[in-house]
Design a protein around this ligand. Structure first.
Ligand SMILES: *[C@@H]1O[C@H](CO)[C@@H](O)[C@H](O)[C@H]1NC(C)=O
Ligand SMILES: *[C@@H]1O[C@H](CO)[C@@H](O)[C@H](O)[C@H]1NC(C)=O
Ligand SMILES: *[C@@H]1O[C@H](CO)[C@@H](O)[C@H](O)[C@H]1NC(C)=O
Length: 355
């Protein structure tokens, strides 16, 4: 009798475990939730993800840099955030032609990219994502967004952009580690701020969490596209071990893999829209990820810093009026921020008294 009872329990437990496992897969594979790849939009956003690397804060802030032309013309910068201590940079502004707030994150500096890539081979899932059992993420990427000057700066700028432009959609982008931060930012905007219309396009981003995290992320930010290029090494890291799908890092859907076919002057780029698993074996995973050069170019646009630009900051003295700095020397350049309003009102008082 007792053994029969135990058998029933064992069967029930395994059925439950089985259906749990399946549910995870179905959630990720659900076709209705998969975003549609829009080439035109990706071509525009890659230029924002490229521009955010530049070290001339004045040119970025006034949107007059060499990478600020072409498809991003007319962008209205709201806030440029520079975390000097950790060499991070991001901006928030409004792209009128997209009718959207655009948030862009800079990735790792070119000079240190070899070391950074080497570290990623051994990187373990090392922190629980708050509020979600079993969801684990990469501590470094998580805290680069959540535990620096970036998060408060971005949330403040998004609020001000919405005061000016109403409830328009939000597009978050970034290249490399900037793509990882873009994903954490988008999830934060949806879960903690209650934003409804948030869309993500990243370029050459690494894996950031495990399958449980991916399932959670996909529920809240389903409209996410992850573009990969040829043999770019970074999307292959930290490694995915398909024998242990629940235990290792796992990409979220949906990948779009850019690769070339043909020879010589007859080379075409194919944009392959991958399946909804996040780990489509026929996309970038079908080749060896061994190229840093492929990492530094997307859609023919140069990603990464300009020559010798690693982590330095150039700023015209005239831009200082827009600057707010914290005790660590990190700063924010902000259009019409409260500090500027204070400055201009005290300026007009001076004028009044001199009259
Ligand atoms: C793709 O994005 C562009 C730019 O936002 C937009 O104008 C166009 O309508 C989009 N295409 C589709 C099919 O959604
Ligand atoms: C800044 O102020 C000017 C003039 O008041 C206004 O036209 C502009 O839209 C404002 N921009 C932002 C980003 O607040
Ligand atoms: C955030 O940063 C502080 C100081 O830099 C550090 O003590 C703390 O452990 C960090 N928290 C996380 C979750 O990384």
């Amino acid at each position: 009798m007792a053994s029969k009872w135990w058998l029933t329990v064992a069967i029930l437990v395994s059925l439950f475990a089985f259906s749990n496992g399946r549910e995870l897969k179905i959630k990720i594979k659900h076709k209705d939730h998969l975003p549609v790849y829009n080439h035109t939009l990706a071509r525009i956003l890659v230029e924002y993800a490229s521009a955010v690397y530049l070290s001339d804060a004045t040119q970025l802030f006034t949107w007059t840099c060499e990478r600020c032309n072409d498809l991003t013309k007319g962008f209205e910068m709201i806030e440029l955030i520079i975390d000097v201590k950790r060499c991070l940079q991001a901006f928030v502004g409004v792209a009128k032609d997209l009718n959207a707030i655009v948030i862009a994150f800079r990735g790792t500096q070119e000079s240190s990219i070899q070391n950074w890539v080497a570290d990623l081979y051994w990187k373990q899932l090392d922190i629980n994502y708050p509020g979600m059992d079993n969801a684990m993420v990469h501590h470094g990427f998580y805290s680069a967004y959540h535990n620096t000057t970036l998060r408060p700066g971005i949330l403040d700028a998004v609020e001000r952009a919405k005061e000016l432009y109403g409830d328009i959609k939000i597009m978050v982008t970034g290249h490399s580690m900037g793509g990882a931060m873009a994903a954490f930012c988008a999830l934060d905007l949806v879960v903690n701020i209650g934003e409804k219309d948030v869309q993500v396009v990243t370029f050459g981003q690494p894996r950031i969490g495990n399958a449980a995290f991916v399932s959670y992320y996909s529920q809240f930010v389903p409209n996410t596209i992850r573009v990969t290029h040829e043999h770019d090494i970074v999307p292959h890291l930290p490694p995915y071990y398909h024998h242990f799908p629940q235990k290792t890092y796992h990409h979220f859907p949906r990948e779009v893999w850019l690769y070339n076919i043909g020879f010589g002057s007859l080379v075409y780029t194919i944009e392959k829209v991958c399946d909804g698993s996040g780990e489509d074996p026929t996309c970038s995973r079908s080749v060896v990820g061994n190229s840093i050069l492929d990492h530094l170019e997307y859609y023919g646009v140069q990603m990464g810093c300009e020559e010798g630009g690693a982590c330095k900051i150039i700023m015209d003295p005239s831009t200082a009026a827009y600057r707010t700095m914290d005790i660590e020397g990190n700063f924010v350049l902000s259009q019409n921020s409260s500090s500027n309003i204070l400055r201009s009102s005290s300026g007009s008082k001076d004028q009044a008294s001199s009259m």
